[in-house]
Write a protein that binds this ligand. Structure first.
Ligand SMILES: [Zn+2]
Length: 276
């Protein structure tokens, strides 16, 4: 079945993903509810009326906009439902362990008032591309990676809010040390001692980890001082105004614009390796 078509009954996607160990993929009903809430929220922003009208007409089978946006929950589900199993198959076919780096680069943090759109996605992708080119130059390896760029809303101890960009990837074909050397934030960005801009985790279940890396979701992370005197963060949902800012941003991006692919590309809706 060509990905993106929807001859499946609505929750065949959920069953397919559950078989891969991802048992809580969003249902068609979740998506409809989220789309409705987003459209109502966007009506309270400066979003163009035809954009709001189009998003209001999106269904599991087809979108109301000729080219739907990254914010569209229906289009996101049609993108992610096939992409997650394709990515699972692709990365597990590569030799070596699978690792999941998360990079929160200080360059990708922008003032609250500027909004998440102030982070340049092309610049983020360029940064990742260069990091993997360095890795190849040093090691001769050509890893495969699938993931995405996302933002969260940080609130520091002084109450100052910023939008912070980060990437989550699933990588095959590189070691933890090689990823740290390639993606690590250099000493020219002074960071507080508790900051961990790059974390590389082992991958337990690829499909679950891939779904996490590709999610369409933002939260706020509110700093507080723990009992041991170290800074920690509470993770909470965005409040209504910030959710509308986030949705408005996604409504300006083309579908899949936040995707980050290394050593592979999407061709006619399929994820294919570009490695020799
Ligand atoms: Zn749509």
């Amino acid at each position: 079945m060509p990905p993106g078509s929807s001859i499946d009954p609505p929750d065949a996607a959920c069953e397919r993903l559950a078989a891969l160990g991802l048992d809580n993929f969003e249902t068609a009903a979740d998506v409809a509810r989220r789309q409705h809430a987003m459209v109502r929220g966007l009506a309270r922003t400066d979003a163009p009326p035809n954009l709001i009208r189009g998003l209001g007409q999106c269904t599991p089978e087809a979108c109301g906009l000729r080219r739907c946006r990254d914010g569209c929950h229906e289009a996101q589900r049609r993108l992610r439902a096939p992409l997650i199993p394709q990515a699972d198959t692709l990365v597990r076919a590569q030799p070596g362990p699978l690792l999941a780096p998360t990079l929160v680069h200080p360059l990708w943090e922008v003032p609250y008032e500027a909004g998440p759109g102030a982070v340049s996605i092309p610049a983020v992708k360029q940064h990742v591309k260069r990091a993997f080119m360095r890795l190849t130059t040093r090691t001769g390896k050509r890893p495969t990676a699938v993931g995405a760029f996302e933002v969260c809303l940080n609130c520091d101890l002084a109450g100052t809010k910023t939008w912070a960009g980060q990437i989550h990837l699933i990588v095959a074909g590189a070691t933890r040390d090689e990823l740290h050397a390639a993606l690590g934030v250099g000493a020219r960005y002074p960071l507080p001692p508790y900051a961990k801009p790059l974390v590389v985790e082992e991958v337990g279940n690829t499909a679950r980890q891939q779904a996490y890396a590709l999610k369409r979701f933002a939260e706020q992370r509110i700093a507080y001082l723990g009992k041991n005197g170290r800074q920690a963060r509470n993770h909470l949902p965005l409040d209504g105004h910030d959710q509308r800012t986030f949705d408005r941003w996604l409504s300006e991006l083309t579908l899949g614009e936040r995707l980050i692919l290394v050593g592979c590309k999407r061709l006619n809706g399929r994820l294919v390796s570009v490695l020799p």
